[in-house]
Ligand binder design. Structure first.
Ligand code: IPE
Ligand code: IPE
Ligand code: MG
Length: 236
């Protein structure tokens, strides 16, 4: 890390490899999810310290409901525990927490813990932490389309009002474009993560499993970002 480093304005992290991390150690998959919370806390502090403005975390996809009930239930309990007991420090660190995803069919207790965190951090200003739970990019685009149709039907917008900006404003959250998407564990895919927002993002796919993706690994990712030549369709 040095002062001249370009800090991506909006970073997306697909936190993958928790299950494999645990299985490699002869532990149940769920222990990998538990370990990931410690890594995540470390990363959040670091990202806030170096001045990242927006972070989107992929915590649970709409497709993750296909997993065994036992694992899904563990994750739901882990979300409640993390939001109620582990994320308190984010309030003091001026981090504003928001969520992206469908509320249905998340359990009421998870929704309450999410709502409390949003409410407790709503006036914070340093880093916006967007946590994607029961999130899918396809679902987001479907839901956005329904909102626009409703606005049109009610006479609140005309066809000429529809542009890229209006689409973004009607997503789950109005966020700037992703600059850097990091997916741990060596998988080379988006798995339905923020397709619209990632249109000009740079991508980084380290082999390391998420529970081991600490500050040191994050700084390697940041160094890699410095080498990218972003052209956005122009000539540079
Ligand atoms: C990512 O780790 C966490 C979630 C999807 C909730 P995985 O649980 O996908 O771990 P692997 O990919 O099976 O190792
Ligand atoms: C993507 O990981 C979702 C999250 C990290 C939350 P998955 O492990 O669910 O993705 P696939 O199934 O390997 O594509
Ligand atoms: Mg996975």
């Amino acid at each position: 890390m040095n002062d001249k480093m370009i800090i991506p304005n909006h970073i997306g992290i697909i936190m993958d490899g928790n299950g494999r991390w645990a299985v490699k150690r002869g532990l149940p998959r769920t222990m990998g999810h538990k370990k990931a919370i410690g890594t995540l806390k470390e990363l959040c502090i670091h990202m806030a310290d170096i001045g990242v403005k927006y972070v989107s975390l992929y915590a649970f996809s709409t497709e993750n409901f296909k997993r065994e009930v036992k694992e899904v239930n563990f994750l739901m309990d882990l979300f409640i525990n993390t939001f109620e007991k582990e994320f308190g420090f984010l309030k003091e660190r001026d981090v504003k927490i928001i969520f992206s995803g469908r509320r249905e069919p998340l359990p009421e207790k998870v929704l309450n813990a999410m709502d409390d965190l949003v409410n407790d951090t709503k006036n914070n200003k340093s880093l916006v932490l967007n946590i994607c739970i029961n999130y899918g990019s396809h679902a987001e685009i479907v839901d956005m389309t329904k909102k626009l149709c409703q606005l049109y039907k009610d006479g609140n917008i005309s066809l000429d009002d529809i542009d890229e900006e209006l689409l973004m404003k009607n997503m789950y959250n109005d966020l700037p474009p992703l600059d850097y998407v990091i997916r741990t564990s060596g998988e080379l895919r988006l798995s339905n993560f923020m397709m619209y927002q990632a249109s000009y993002a740079e991508f980084y796919f380290p082999e390391v499993l998420f529970p081991d993706f600490g500050v040191e690994e994050f700084d390697k990712a940041l160094e890699e970002f410095q080498k990218r030549n972003r052209r956005f369709g122009g000539i540079k």
